[in-house]
Write a protein that binds this ligand. Structure first.
Ligand code: 5CA
Ligand code: ZN
Length: 372
């Protein structure tokens, strides 16, 4: 499973948390079912937006990245997210990126504009099969998400930058492609290619490619196309995209600045398990809003659950555990799982007995990552 990681600034807002919790639920379910999960996540620790933010704030870009990665990691620990097996930064992956670009070039799918190297994605016949957007929409989203559809010299407006020659005042790394740095999409393609057994006999390179739905286009479309040229294979058997979390009617995003930070909520005294519970109250694929009411409802439900777990005896647990497993198997239907937990809490409050407390605690911990 490859999940697109953070660009380390403005971390960790609740939108990030919602997305990584989704993939944590997948990892937990697969592990509980007996699978070994090779979970890889990147960190985009060199890219235009990071450099722009460091410049705006007058700080060193590496210091900004290091401090934000630390914050992200401590937030993930507080939320009891199981870390990926491989957690790879773009900077450390530069040799892999260069190798991948060399392979793309050997297949004739790159070209130069000045000293920058571009990938020609039209060479793959079903380009667009992931996002199903028409070309005008693609061009519009591409320019909003760091692309350059209008750049003169491109063979196609949607071709993407894979190696950017060093700009004055910006960092660059020596390579066979000249001194420069990786483009965004190739970073994830190269890391997935290296860490997720490209030599297996499967028709697809990996099982699950994931991230938020804002990555469907251009990011995952471009990664998929690059992987196809590199390997002749589909990048993933399943593409999983979490819906966007919003605040005050708009997507929570760094560019709009309407962010609620996990670390701020925790500093304000909110229990991380309540944050997690609140994010699981809605379905991961749904675009949804973060509101005070959502947090209050989660506080109430967690209190119910804690009092059920703290009671002298508990209502029967077998059927509720089985309902939780079935709910998660049903495309991670967390609202259904939490509603089963609330019914069980009510049964406990009504004095029903016959349950196995440690089985329930194990279920909460292993499948939902909840510990009270
Ligand atoms: N570094 C790239 C991916 S390679 C990136 O998109 N970084 S990010 O910091 O902008 O986002 C990190 C992850 O959080 C991505 O998977 C993104 O899709 C997800 N994400 C960003 N904003 C939201 C949001 N409002 N709701 C849900 N998920 C979000
Ligand atoms: Zn990515």
């Amino acid at each position: 499973m490859y999940v697109c990681g953070i660009t380390p600034y403005d971390a960790t807002h609740l939108g990030h948390a919602a997305t990584y919790l989704t993939f944590d639920l997948i990892q937990r379910y697969l592990r509980a079912a007996g699978s070994h999960v090779n979970y890889v996540q990147n960190i985009t620790d060199i890219d235009d937006p990071l450099l722009e933010r460091a410049k705006r704030d007058g700080v060193n870009w590496q210091d900004l990245a290091t401090s934000q990665i630390e914050l992200f990691r401590s937030d993930m620990v507080a939320l009891r997210v199981i870390p990926p097996l491989h957690y790879i930064g773009a900077v450390e992956a530069i040799p892999l990126v260069v190798k991948a670009i060399e392979l793309l070039s050997a297949k004739g799918s790159t070209y130069l504009i000045d000293k920058d190297l571009y990938f020609e994605n039209n060479l793959v016949s079903d380009f667009g099969a992931l996002s199903h957007l028409d070309k005008k929409e693609m061009e519009s989203i591409f320019s909003q998400r760091g692309g350059d559809p209008l750049l003169i010299g491109k063979r196609d407006s949607l071709d993407c930058l894979v190696w950017m020659a060093q700009r004055p005042g910006e960092p660059g790394w020596q390579s066979t492609l000249g001194v420069g740095r990786p483009g965004w999409h190739i970073e994830c393609t190269a890391i997935a290619y290296e860490y997720l057994s490209p030599n297996s006999d499967d028709d697809e390179l990996i099982d699950i490619q994931g991230g938020g739905s804002d990555l469907i286009f251009p990011h995952h479309e471009m990664c998929r196309t690059q992987a196809q040229v590199l390997t002749g294979k589909e990048l993933a058997s399943v593409y999983v995209h979490a819906g966007m979390l919003g605040l005050d009617g708009e997507k929570m995003s760094k560019s709009k600045g309407n962010l609620v930070f996990v670390s701020q909520l925790i500093a304000d005294g909110v229990d991380p398990m309540v944050i997690k519970y609140a994010l699981m109250m809605s379905h991961y694929r749904q675009d949804r809003m973060w509101t005070h009411e959502v947090l209050e409802q989660a506080q109430l439900e967690v209190a119910n659950l804690k009092s059920a777990l703290g009671a002298k005896s508990q209502a029967a647990t077998d059927s509720v555990i089985s309902e939780i497993i079935q709910a998660l198997a049903d495309d991670l239907n967390t609202p259904r799982a939490l509603s089963a937990l609330q019914s069980w809490s009510t049964q406990c409050r009504n004095g029903e007995t016959g349950g196995d407390l440690s089985a329930m605690r194990n279920c909460l911990d292993s499948l939902l990552g909840l510990d009270f």
